[in-house]
Design a binder for this molecule. Sequence first.
Ligand code: PLP
Length: 292
Amino acid sequence: DGVIWLDGEMVPWREAKTHVLTHTLHYGLGCFEGVRAYNTANGPAIFRLKEHTDRLFRSAHILNMKMPFSKDEINEAQCAAVRDNNLDEAYLRPMAFLGSEGMGLRADNLKVHVMVAAWSWPSYMSPEAKELGIKVRTSSYTRHHVNITMCKAKANGNYINSMLALNEAISGGAEEALMLDNEGYVAEGSGENVFIIRDGVLHTPELTSCLEGITRATIIDFAKDLGLQVKERRITRDEVYVAEEAFFTGTAAEVLPIRELDGRAIGAGKRGPITEKLQSMYFDAVKGKLAQ
Ligand code: PLP
């Protein structure tokens, strides 16, 4: 049931199909976003809509895919996907992909299709995890982003290692993976940016081996509003072990405390006070209670 925006039109959910010869299915060149709408006092509102659309267009530009719609049209498509499906709270998935018009690796002349789906997705992490924190395991898979210089694209093909890492973490008894870059420095989670707190200072990996997270930017702003010092720099794995607090950020994970990494408690082994403060500011912001 419901509708999906596909190439400029709303189509019934069941009819929003693509062919088995869809180019992106074969070679993985495509880009997408993960966006959320929250129910606010003024009805459903898409959090950081413009920032997500801007990143989708940057991803397409990096991948040399020509977007056949304007940013305004893609913004409106996302609003319509929430509205026409009568959703209060929703996860949205805009995606640009290459269709079945051609095969082969020369793709610059192929038609770019765009779709936006929205559905109701109950919280990605349990309320318990958000309050107590999660167990994380350092992954044996690196966050290489296909090529380290391509991490600004939220590209389909960049998620193979993330999936392997998450599966590895879960089968090893943890809830999330911490991925390192090719040089062994901390990069990010499977689909989240990572922060640590040491001596009251917030540290997060610089944007060389992790996605330019929109939640990451939001949290950096909030931390500065609180008067916290924020440092974007290379972080080693053992610094996370000895951090006072650590947490992940992401549209899906929101602000998620890390209580344990590789069997070592982080700080007091539970959500720390700075994490809790930033988390509550984030929940207020998505609900429209803070100036955005
Ligand atoms: N890192 C990766 C690899 C992701 O897929 C995501 C999710 O989009 C993030 C970080 C967090 O980014 P954002 O806060 O924009 O959702």
